[in-house]
Design a protein around this ligand. Structure first.
Ligand code: R2B
Ligand code: URA
Length: 308
């Protein structure tokens, strides 16, 4: 494939022979299933899946996306496709799906298993998945958007480790570098906020796992914390969040083009508490949405031009 060109007709892989013996596949945490829903009819046209932690942010994203694509319907609310469960929310407008994933690796991993199966059952092709999130920055002005180059674990290694059948299974966390560059280019075109490409550290916890001094427990000194964050800085970590490694690993296993775009809410070299005003934090959180919606519009414009 030519560098920089979007892939053509890449299916979404599941790698599980046991699925073939299921009479129907019920995606429990979405409350959707192959026996109860026509997944190809509902989702076959999906090309972009945007995921983020918070249900209300992912609803706001679909409303924003609809208005950006000129597809908003002032008379109707966007229905939550997963209304039968309160685990995740899911919204769709044209080829764009917006889904919440909660906080942390276990929560996003469950969502991704079901999302990958959903895209597979729906026979989707050429799907791009982007995580839009928040993070703590390292040495960056709060509000900077970080597009992840490599997702690293808490020891600064580009891997995701999980115990499966009592054994440690290690998966790598490569993300699509051409997609990261395309997103950076979109940010240059928008010219509205600072955006960088850098490494993202993914942790299992918000407090001790991210070297904070303000959790319920802390058995290290302020110097220990600073030394650790300085080491992260040396490993070119630009931001810290809680989902990127498993997101990258699972998207890679299923052949999905993937990117992580997170805004920084604070500079962790200067503090731990997120105490900026609600309004400022809200406006920061819109930045990944603005960037990704520009990217999607551009892609859809390019596809439309290819067809004519
Ligand atoms: C960023 O923000 C959340 C913690 O506040 C977590 O889901 C993450 O990755
Ligand atoms: N999300 C995180 O995981 N860490 C932060 O510091 C801010 C948001």
């Amino acid at each position: 494939m030519d560098k920089g060109k979007t892939p053509c007709c890449s299916p979404v892989f599941v790698q599980n022979p046991h699925l073939n013996s299921l009479k129907e596949d019920f995606l429990y945490h979405f409350d959707l299933g192959t026996g109860t829903h026509d997944l190809p009819a509902m989702f076959g046209d999906v090309k972009f899946v945007c995921v983020g932690g918070s249900p209300s942010r992912m609803k706001a994203f679909i409303e924003f996306m609809a208005s950006e694509l000129g597809m908003e319907d002032p008379k109707s609310e966007y229905p939550n496709i997963c209304a039968g469960t309160d685990r995740y929310v899911m919204y769709k407008i044209g080829p764009v799906l917006s889904i919440s994933h909660g906080m942390g690796i276990p929560s996003i991993a469950i969502m991704l298993h079901e999302l990958i199966k959903l895209l597979h059952h729906a026979r989707c092709k050429d799907v791009t998945v982007i995580r839009l999130g928040t993070s703590g920055g390292i040495g960056l002005e709060p509000g900077t958007v970080v597009i992840t180059k490599q997702a690293l674990d808490g020891t600064f290694l580009p891997k995701y480790e999980q115990v499966i059948l009592g054994k440690n299974v290690v998966r790598d966390t490569d993300l699509d570098q051409s997609l990261a560059q395309e997103l950076l280019q979109c940010s240059k075109e928008l010219n509205q906020f600072e955006t960088v490409i850098g490494n993202t550290m993914c942790t299992l916890d918000f407090y001790e796992g991210q070297a904070r001094l303000d959790g319920a427990f802390c058995f290290y000194t302020e110097k220990d914390k600073q030394d650790y964050l300085n080491k992260a800085n040396e490993a070119k970590v630009c931001n810290i969040e809680m989902e990127s490694t498993v997101f990258a690993a699972m998207c890679k296993l299923s052949g999905l083009r993937a990117a992580v775009v997170c805004v920084t809410l604070l500079d962790r070299l200067k503090g731990d508490q997120i105490s900026s005003s609600h309004e400022l934090l809200q406006s920061f959180q819109q930045r990944p949405q603005i960037l990704v919606s520009h990217y999607i519009k551009k892609q859809l414009g390019a596809k439309a031009a290819e067809r004519h």
